[in-house]
Structures are given as C-alpha cells and as structure tokens.
Design a protein around this ligand. Sequence first.
Ligand code: HEC
Length: 96
Amino acid sequence: MSARPSPRLAGLGAVVAALAACAACAPASSPDAPPIAAVHRHQCGRCHAPPDPGTHTRAQLEEAFSRHKTRVRLSAEEWAAMVDYLASPDGAAALR
Ligand code: HEC
C-alpha cells in the first residue's frame, strides 16, 4: 500500500480548482464589457450574488448604494458608472 498521492490525481485536482475559480468570472468577461464590469465582478459578489444588469431601476440602485458606501470602497465616478451599468432602461424592473 502506498501513501503517496498519485501525481495524476493531484493534477486533476488543480484543473478542477482552476475551473471552479473561473466559473464565477466567465460570463461577464466578454471583450466589450465596460471597465466597471470588472469592478462589479470583483467587488459585488463578496457578500451576495452580484445583481445582474437590468434587474434594478436607477432609483432602487441609488437607494441600495446609499447603504453601500461603507461596504464597498468605490469613487463617486465608479458608483455613478455602476448605476449606469446596472440600471434597467426606463424603469422596466420597477415592479419586481
Ligand atoms: C460588504 C458586503 C457587501 C458588498 C461588498 C456588496 N453588498 Fe450589496 N448588499 C449587502 C447587504 C447586506 C444587502 C442587504 C441590505 C441592503 O439592501 O442594504 C445588500 C443589498 C444590495 C442590493 C439591494 C438588493 C435588492 O434586491 O433590493 C443591491 C442592488 C446591491 N446590494 C448591490 C451591490 C453592488 C452593485 C455591489 C458592488 C458595488 C454590492 N452590492 C456589494 C452587502 C454587500
């Protein structure tokens, strides 16, 4: 009986870990995503699932972000870009 871990299995573990790590980042990494999309991807999934663009109105986002200034350190420009990026057009998601 050998206690040595098989190199084949160790390699597989690394691949699985890499896939799992990237599963969360793949969908938003399209080449024409705005720069704020990367901030959204990295900062907004730490406490809850990052809200998808178009699922909140501008007013809902501004209301939520007024409680987020101490949670996430973004500049005023980044908060504004975040609202632009996530807000649904013409309040379509107002009745959730
Ligand atoms: C430090 C933890 C934390 C981080 C990081 C965080 N949030 Fe939140 N978020 C919360 C908590 C807690 C709530 C629920 C309470 C509330 O609404 O304030 C929440 C609620 C929300 C809501 C309201 C949800 C709803 O359906 O009404 C939105 C929108 C939101 N977050 C967006 C974001 C975005 C965008 C980011 C990245 C800029 C972000 N959050 C990062 C903790 C966090």
